[in-house]
Design a protein. Structure first.
Lengths: 327, 368, 327, 368
């Protein structure tokens, strides 16, 4: 066991899987010699050489398209899109092909690829470097959309993503890359894709979130306990899509109240789907309308004002108290 | 410098061997085995007759919209003929002749054109990608396949097809660039059939040839008479050899013509003249190739007719079989399959929902 | 007044606006000499010449990017993307630029462009020609997303879209292009963007839909009246985003029950947002969970089975009766 | 045909006028008015000094990440100098020298680099697009602007900037193709600074030059020594004239070098050698241009020092002013503005929500 940042944990996942499986190929802009602009792929080209780690020309559509070809051949490409704000350059390759090739060929060709990309605000970055648009992928049939919330689950989920027989969009929160360290076992560890986790138990209220928003969410749960004597249950989605609703429904049936938190824009965002599932399956247990705490329906402002855009503990607390007060 | 012309080391050439009148440039004549010549001719004729038959099926409402290939058979067969079974084909959507060469069944084409997903199934022993509708998006897959083959130390190559219109897409550029940078074994076969629906190639690009676009990538490019199967064959042979021996990709521009409509939903009279079509009819690759075979003493009128009746029967049998197979294809419930390797719970639920709805309607149907 | 198909009505809108305003430029693949593959732009190049109607090379990203430049200059480009399934080729131009240029330049440059594109199933088309993914655009800040449901409102909304100071994504249902005719006044007519319409009044239930799904929805409302004696209120969204929820909320406060219908895939689709808004603003009026009738979370099957994928009157009726039965 | 080399009519040339040692090729020397020469020199020096100062501000934590331009001043100024106020500039993100030439204030650069949206405001009298971060995506906007100018029968042109890395993007290809097909008045200025973050141009493309990519579009291309302001100026002059007179677009490749890091978040020691940087330091465009001016008798050491102190003061004043302005920029609530011309009700509600939340926190802050 070693205390690792999320960057180190992701690097460990890649390094171990590459050692084990020569089908795993890492490719993208600056992932080789430079080790990735966030150093997630640091050292891999040294260990595995430039046939396993490809520094590509600057073209996201080709990076994804080439990965599709590699995957269909039987390899396990893990491509990096340097920032999720530039993954729209390859949106058509994902929607038109990666998400459909299994279907289009009736199972003859599959696309076991991972698209890793940093997302989200909070690191004082330039324009296009702070968005959170997981809903685009989540709404696309044929894709899995995974967002870890800390070093240990990031490593374990990335391992599963690399072994998944289908394309996985893997969002990594830049704000979490170096925010804290966790014990990450040296021995292999994998977490199933498609299983949200209950990370805190409680009877009074359910808080649902994922990725970088887990930290203010957990902080809010703690404060609710400390100052309001309220026991909030907290669920970390980990997999956004396909959304496995069971644990959410169980929780809300128990608590009758919920708040959903994400940094993506509000309208047509992930919270809407979660609220709808809860409405469909737990309506008669709801004691108050579910609240959502989200980014706003605007371009996230340049970094000096992004804090006001992003959900924080205070906003979550306010929503939680509103839900608790309603009857 | 100070001011001088930049000399570019890569070649862009033009090649023609068997001209419009069927005159042969013997110095350039490729050495093709007789059985291959027969096979090429038979497939060309099959593709032509099948195309004609599909068109009449479409007009009778027995299949949906499809994209005829008439006129482009030489471009497709002269290139695809060089592939080994383990090689990869990555087509666009107008490569029926090439697909037939690779062993795609006539039935599967008919079934696909009837809007059944069953028609896209590809047998395990063919390394051929399914039809790709988004123009220009598929070439980069060939680059990934070619890269992977090289990584696995195989000398397999990937051949990818696309039209003149596709050369305008950003993905064309990215695919050629990646192929050149990584020196992957890919043959880029552009069927310049002069039109992208209603847009003539002169409005598609200002470059004199499409072949010269290779220069942007430090890649050899060649423009061939795409209605001259010998020229296509010779150019593709060089390109495949280059790819197989690790010397990287090639761009081949086959100058050809789409003699019919873009798809059966299209009316080409809106944008091009009968005279233009007539001129290109004169350059039809099929009679030109037949004249060559006759001149060589390999084909006679009689033999040709025998092959043709055989083909017509084969087509009829395939239609009958396909229509029979399709009768058993009503059930839509397997639409949920092949989305993921393992069906997630939310999809299972939706599948149940539809199963339930379908059985309820069936019940109601019975009642009503 | 003349009876027109939607294709003719859209053509009229373009033709009249081009006559009035020389800033309006039509561009796209096959929109000129061919008149568009669905003939929506038929005759325009003849009347206005090839400086007003541009047959472009085959490149969706450039079509949109060029439109952005034209719009920033002060023109009013109306570009056509031949099928919405190929609009992902230009997704980055919309997300990175069209939706942001006003914001990025603090109002100095604006993007008054319209992106017209056919969407949806039901016309026995090829792969990529039948999708309904309005949620992608609706989730993107800075865009307006409009979907008419018939010839008359199509014409009137397209006029407004062309006059809108901001980028409008305009989805046209192929299934409606020639499905029926409506009286369309020769005289100019515009409908405001951002105003859903109540197209049928009722007290018992609210049906919410848009685009091609309006027809089975209205048919279901009629059948509910005829066979169940149920008065369903029907709302046609017309503008998907920014979503104006007021009329929806008013209706559900009255009826207490609702069904949302769209052909887009279910998860993370437009219905989720509508359900969430109703949960947030009309929770205490709801007498049953809101139901959604949608496409499934799969690639829409090739045309022979698309009918089973698409919502129809029967499925809507089933959902409506379920909502009515619940208490 | 039958087999021959294709000859391409468009030219791709290489141009250098003032070499690394400051030796002038007098035959090619462009005729630049003295005041323009002074202005070019002053702006070059300003850009250089400002870059240095921004770097130290960044290291002190007084601004955020930014992209230094050191070494690329000649490529930017030699091109932008030909624009009239009504012309259009469409930059990428490393064109500070060109922006300063166009009148962008130092303050706005500082404010932008501090993450305030106010820093992107563009005065009404400058037809300059804001910084575009997505690599390669902006060139096509210049094509739309150029087209529109032509449509309005103005002889305004659009000049767009991008790097060597950007040439790999599909959007580069599509932009050049559209510009050529529609013969729009656009000048494509590629600053080939040898690196795209850690990727050298030799891994970006296999073509010997970037200029030759113009051939794919039937467009003239020219490669110039981008650290030689005279060569850049001369090449751009021709290109702008061509565009203005209706003869369409040009691709100019300026061979230059990014002497510093990609951005302040980058560590170039990870991927390139000090020797390489040192070699390029020898080709620095600034001393080379100064030697030319001195040789011409237009500049003296003294005069240069005077200009420099003036510049340093100007920069200091700008920093002071910007920091003062930023003090008043705390309030985030206007983040909702400029999304739409008219704020829709849902956004108004969200704006109220935030206003309320902010005032509540302020209250709580007071209490706590
Ligand atoms: C990305 C994309 N845009 C538009 C279309 C619609 N479309 C189908 S074929 C075609 C023209 C293709 O021209 P070309 O590449 O020359 O191939 P050809 O049809 O001549 O074989 C168009 C515009 C599409 N299928 N994909
Ligand atoms: C579409 C896109 N992909 C990736 C990035 C991240 N990125 C920013 S600059 C850069 C390299 C750009 O290289 P080049 O075009 O040569 O310009 P230079 O930085 O050398 O000025 C990269 C990869 C981006 N901004 N946009
Ligand atoms: Mg064509
Ligand atoms: Mg560069």
């Amino acid at each position: 066991m070693a205390k690792m940042t999320m960057v180190q944990a992701l690097n460990l996942a890649l390094q171990q899987e590459m050692e084990k499986d020569d089908r795993v190929i890492v490719l993208g802009e600056d992932v080789g010699v430079d080790g990735g602009v966030f150093r997630v792929t640091d050292g891999l080209i040294k260990q595995f050489g430039d046939q396993r780690v490809l520094d590509t020309p600057l073209a996201e559509s080709a990076i994804v398209g080439m990965s599709i070809g590699m995957a269909a051949y039987g390899l396990r490409p893990v491509c990096e899109i340097q920032f999720s704000g530039f993954s729209y350059q390859n949106f058509h390759q994902i929607e038109n092909h990666a998400a459909r090739l299994r279907w289009r060929s009736r199972g003859r060709f599959t696309v076991p690829m991972v698209l890793r990309t940093p997302y989200g605000g909070g690191v004082r970055a330039l324009e296009h470097h702070s968005e959170s648009r997981e809903a685009y992928w989540a709404h696309t049939p044929g894709l899995k959309m995974v967002i870890p919330s800390g070093p240990r689950n990031a490593r374990a989920l990335l391992v599963s993503a690399m072994r998944d027989p289908d394309p996985v969009i893997f969002y990594e929160s830049k704000a979490l890359y170096r925010a804290f360290r966790e014990e990450v076992p040296e021995a292999e560890e994998a977490l199933p894709i498609g299983e949200p986790q209950r990370v805190r138990e409680g009877e009074d209220l359910t808080l649902i979130s994922y990725g970088a928003m887990m930290r203010p969410t957990l902080e809010a749960a703690q404060q609710l306990q400390d100052t309001d004597g309220i026991a909030a249950e907290v669920i970390d989605l980990l997999t956004i899509s396909p959304l496995a609703e069971k644990i959410l429904i169980q929780s809300v049936k128990k608590t009758g109240r919920a708040v959903v938190i994400h940094e993506a824009p509000r309208s047509f965002g992930p919270a809407a789907e979660i609220m709808s599932r809860l409405m469909e399956k737990a309506f008669y247990y709801l004691e108050a309308p579910i609240e959502r705490v989200t980014g706003y329906d605007i371009v996230i402002p340049l970094f000096n004002r992004e804090k006001a855009y992003l959900p924080n503990t205070e906003r979550i607390l306010r929503a939680a108290r509103k839900v608790l007060a309603a009857s | 410098m100070p001011r001088k012309k930049i000399t570019i080391s890569e070649k862009v050439e033009a090649l023609s061997i068997l001209d419009e009148k069927g005159r042969l440039d013997e110095k350039l004549e490729p050495d093709i085995a007789e059985d291959v010549l027969f096979q090429l001719h038979r497939t060309m004729l099959l593709a032509r007759k099948f195309d004609e038959r599909l068109l009449s099926l479409q007009r009778q409402g027995r299949i949906g919209t499809f994209a005829p290939i008439k006129g482009q058979e030489a471009a497709q067969l002269g290139t695809i003929a060089h592939l080994r079974p383990g090689d990869w084909m990555v087509p666009a959507f107008r490569e029926t002749a090439a697909e037939l060469w690779r062993g795609r069944s006539l039935e599967s084409v008919i079934i696909y054109n009837n809007g059944f997903n069953e028609g896209v199934a590809i047998p395990d022993d063919r390394n051929d990608f399914p039809i790709s509708v988004p123009v220009g998006s598929q070439m980069i897959h060939a680059v990934g396949l070619g890269w992977a083959a090289k990584y696995r130390q195989k000398d397999d190559v990937a051949m990818t097809y696309f039209g003149d219109g596709a050369t305008s897409q950003g993905d064309f550029h990215e695919a050629l660039n990646f192929a050149a940078v990584f020196q992957t074994p890919v043959i880029f076969v552009c069927q310049n059939n002069q039109w992208a629906i209603s847009i003539p190639v002169s409005q598609q690009t200002r470059s004199k040839t499409l072949a010269q676009k290779a220069l942007a990538y430090g890649m050899p490019g060649i423009q061939v008479d795409g209605n001259d199967i010998l020229a296509v064959y010779a150019a593709a042979q060089e390109a495949v050899q280059r790819a197989r021996s690790g010397d990287g990709p090639t761009l081949i521009e086959c100058v050809t013509y789409r003699l019919l409509m873009h798809t059966t939903a299209d009316d080409p009279k809106r944008y091009r003249t009968d005279e233009e079509v007539e001129q290109w009819n004169q350059r039809d690759p099929l009679p030109r190739f037949e004249k060559y075979l006759i001149d060589k003493g390999l084909l006679t009128e009689e033999k040709r007719n025998a092959v043709e009746s055989e083909i017509l029967e084969e087509i009829q049998t395939a239609i009958d079989r396909a229509e029979k197979q399709m009768e058993a294809m009503g059930d839509p419930i397997d639409m949920f399959d092949n989305t993921f390797a393992e069906m997630p719970s939310s999809l299972k639920e939706q599948k149940e929902e539809l199963t339930h709805a379908l059985s309820e309607s069936a019940e109601e149907g019975k009642d009503g």
